[in-house]
Design a protein around this ligand. Structure first.
Ligand code: URA
Length: 200
């Protein structure tokens, strides 16, 4: 069994907060264990809770379309959420829930070791870009410890708002060149403290 599958088993046993009482299935994440890109959403919704898989409802179908626009599918990337169990009524995650769940996401990142982490929506963005506003930083990237962090709007929000839809589609199209650029910037390994905001 892979380390990631073992981690899923641990996550499935988690009873650390109230959300565990109400979940149908825990939603740890899925995708390629060797993925270059990791997408991190907010929390499972109804469909995800039923299936135990991330982004399988309408927002997920839109995410699939966005991935297809850069010639990728969900099996070639890794998709996870900040919160592993559905908040009842699809309410926003509480800070305490985000804190409880953080260790799972950190371990996933450690095992997958992605070259690029793409945050989807405000809650995911807040973990990696504290005190930033999504309307200001979406579509720009930061390189830290040789990982590219890139903030995008949440597909569910973009699905229903034309201006966000244009933005998320444009932001997605920048990902391939950001990744290519990241690989050529080898020397940042020697400067792990350096934060660089850059746009393509
Ligand atoms: N929204 C999310 O943030 N994550 C999912 O898995 C589904 C919808």
């Amino acid at each position: 069994m892979s380390a990631l599958s073992e981690l899923y088993q641990e996550i499935a046993l988690c009873q650390q907060c109230e959300l565990a009482k109400y979940r149908t299935k825990v939603v740890p994440g899925e995708g390629a264990e060797e993925a270059d890109i990791m997408f991190i959403g907010e929390a499972p919704g109804w469909h995800e809770d039923q299936q135990g898989r991330p982004f399988v409802g309408p927002a997920g179908q839109y995410l699939d379309q966005l991935l297809a626009s850069i010639n990728l599918n969900r099996k070639q990337v890794y998709i996870a959420n900040v919160i592993k169990c559905r908040p009842l009524g699809n309410r926003d995650p509480l800070p305490s829930e985000m804190l409880n769940c953080r260790k799972w996401l950190e371990r996933q990142i450690g095992l997958i070791h992605p070259k690029m982490i793409v945050t989807l929506g405000r809650y995911s963005m807040a973990m990696f870009f504290p005190n930033k506003s999504i309307s200001k930083i979406h579509g720009s990237a930061q390189k830290r410890d040789n990982v590219i962090y890139y903030a995008m709007y949440h597909p569910a929000a973009a699905l229903h708002q034309q201006s966000l839809r244009r933005a998320i589609e444009e932001d997605m199209l920048k990902i391939p060149s950001l990744l290519a650029q990241a690989e050529s910037v080898v020397e940042t390994k020697q400067q792990p403290q350096q934060l660089t905001m850059f746009e393509v």
